[in-house]
Ligand binder design. Structure first.
Ligand code: ADP
Ligand code: MG
Length: 566
């Protein structure tokens, strides 16, 4: 039974499987390897996922949504038309679409997947991801952290020697830094850090701001069409910097053509603040891993935005070495997930690698501390398992009574980095009775155990009496009850997916609708006519004519898009 690997990205998602040629990516119904993580509902309530949904973000924003991975593990309700969806339900729709692409490609039905998740994902976020897979009809027994998957795709797990490396993952809207160590076949995550609001889109935004400033324009004064055109030109210009040192943005507005030439030097100056921000998580990860830049044996580039030469040169300058980039950065995680899927399926061809993980946040309890004046002040945080400790891990700390005849010791279980207990997240509490004795003579041991699946168990033992209490932390702010899961499955099952053999046609119409909105006058009229005649042809169901006409209209749309609407 084939197990698939899934990279469920904030911006783009991919699916892979293990073949005799190694881990391989599977194209979607449009023949593309990257499926935008965007979901939209159409007029008859059918679900559209990927590129079509991305077009509809512009024409039907109230029926379309993106970047929901940011809210995984929360109960945030995302509105699509008249209904609201949880982040894991929207993710389930993306996974369902990838699953269907894979089933179509492999010619078999699929029941199990390995999904990659950011290394910093909390227990609640991992559970939500697992649930998303299950809502899509897949068994998810294993999640793999994204940097580990990337390292595997670069073949680092085959290294004989010990090796320490940093994974620099710059996606569309997120930046993740992970430091991993490979030793005796064990790949250990040493530290993770990141910025959830920093990514490739910031490099597009910079070009938009430069363009607006050059033409003394204010974004809020512009109509939607012009805003969309500027964004599209900025995205194209950004990608053009991969090949040239000078690029041009050109946007038509009120019968005039606004152009703007930018040199790589100017772009570099304008993006300086972004590079300053990129340094922060890198420094924190190195600090937590107790490593210096010179200790790193390799730097791996992951995420579509690392295709930018500006980022590559920033990385080489900062680390004093060339980064690994022989795997396409936006495909690396999915390829690694495919390898992990094969390992899960006990594929004989592969050498076993053991993967370990870290706990992303510090776990501890609250204590009273003795002030110089002699009294106790409560509410101070005592870290027990520090952030970035390799899991599974078990740590113990001893606490003493602070009052004479104290009868109960209260143990809070907290997550966070703040000095004061109240500023950290409360996960649960345990109260345990102790024999009333003079202050400081009775003690308890608090043991925190964090297992490989990120489940935390707290145990307190009274030293003198041996009395023991345990608590498994399942407090999960985003958890769904079994009834909610059943409801969600029923709800998602009702939603029909747009037929895959119609996707090329549907994309053409979605694109035409966007162009219709973006343009005016005779061009708009022409787009309207093309759409009408294409819809008539679809009704007549002449497959050959449809294909020929689709190609012809696609070429026209391409030229309209390329000319910025002129
Ligand atoms: P995520 O991990 O967030 O799902 P990806 O790894 O797919 O995202 O990265 C998406 C980002 O990569 C987008 O901001 C996109 O503009 C950027 N990107 C993709 N290709 C290029 C390129 N050739 N040059 C510059 N940026 C690119
Ligand atoms: Mg990614």
């Amino acid at each position: 039974m084939t197990i698939i690997g899934i990279d469920l990205g904030t911006t783009n998602s991919l699916v892979s499987y293990w073949s005799e040629n190694g881990s391989q990516l599977i194209p979607n119904a449009l023949g593309k390897l990257l499926t935008p993580s965007v979901v939209s509902l159409d007029e008859d309530g059918k679900v559209l996922v990927g590129e079509i949904a991305k077009e509809r973000m512009i024409t039907h924003p109230e029926f379309s949504t993106s970047v929901f991975k940011r809210y995984m593990g929360t109960k945030k309700k995302i509105q699509l038309g008249a209904t609201t969806y949880l982040p894991e339900e929207l993710s389930a729709l993306v996974i369902r679409s990838l699953k269907e692409d894979a089933e179509h490609y492999l010619g078999q039905s699929l029941h199990e997947a390995v999904i990659s998740v950011p290394a910093y994902f909390s227990d609640a976020q991992k559970k939500a991801t697992k649930r998303a897979g299950e809502l899509a009809g897949l068994k998810i027994e294993r999640l793999i952290s994204e940097p580990t998957a990337a390292a595997i795709s670069y073949g680092l797990h085959l290294n004989e020697a010990e090796c320490k490396f940093l994974v620099f993952d710059l996606g569309g809207g997120t930046f993740d830094v992970s430091i991993l160590e490979l030793f005796d076949n064990v790949m250990e995550v040493r530290a993770v850090a990141g910025d959830n609001y920093l990514g490739g889109e910031d490099f597009t935004e910079t070009l938009i701001s430069m363009f607006l400033k050059h033409h003394s324009l204010i974004a809020a004064d512009l109509d939607r069409k012009t805003q969309a055109l500027i964004r599209k030109q900025a995205e194209q210009a950004k990608q053009a910097f991969c090949e040239s040192k000078k690029v041009t943005m050109s946007v038509s507005k009120d019968d005039a053509s606004l152009t703007f030439d930018i040199s790589l030097d100017e772009y570099e100056t304008a993006t300086k603040p972004i590079f300053q921000k990129l340094k922060v998580p890198i420094e924190r990860a190195l600090h937590d891993a107790k490593l210096k830049i010179k200790d790193l044996d390799a730097i791996l580039l992951v995420g579509g935005a690392t295709k930018l030469p500006l980022i590559r040169s920033f990385v080489s300058r900062l680390f004093g070495q060339l980064a690994y980039a022989h795997v396409s950065p936006d495909e690396a995680v999915a390829i690694g997930a495919g390898v992990q899927a094969a390992l899960k399926g006990k594929h004989a061809m592969l050498k076993e690698v053991f993967l370990t993980d870290v706990c992303p946040y510090t776990l501890g309890t609250s204590i009273s501390i003795r002030k110089a004046q002699g009294f106790h002040e409560s509410g101070h945080f005592l870290p027990i398992i520090e952030r970035n400790t390799t899991i599974p891990v078990s740590k113990v700390d001893r606490l003493y009574t602070i009052y004479d005849n104290q009868k109960v010791i209260n143990v809070d279980i907290l997550q966070g980095e703040a000095r004061l207990a109240k500023d950290n997240i409360f996960l649960g509490e345990l109260n345990i009775s102790v024999p009333p004795k003079p202050a400081g003579t009775e003690a308890i041991d608090i043991r925190f155990t964090y297992d490989i699946n990120g489940l935390l168990e707290a145990e307190v033992i009274v030293i003198s009496t041996g009395l023991k209490k345990t608590l498994v932390i399942e407090k999960d702010p985003g958890a769904m009850t079994p009834e909610e899961i059943a409801q969600s499955i029923a709800h998602l099952a009702q939603l029909k997916i747009h037929p895959r053999d119609q996707q090329e046609n549907r994309l053409l119409i979605a694109r035409g609708e966007r162009l219709f909105e973006e343009n005016i006058g005779s061009l708009r009229h022409e787009i309207g006519q093309l759409l009408r005649s294409f819809e008539d042809l679809l009704d007549q169901q002449h497959a050959e004519q449809i294909t020929a006409e689709r190609d012809r209209i696609k070429a026209i749309f391409n030229s309209i898009d390329a000319q910025g609407g002129l």
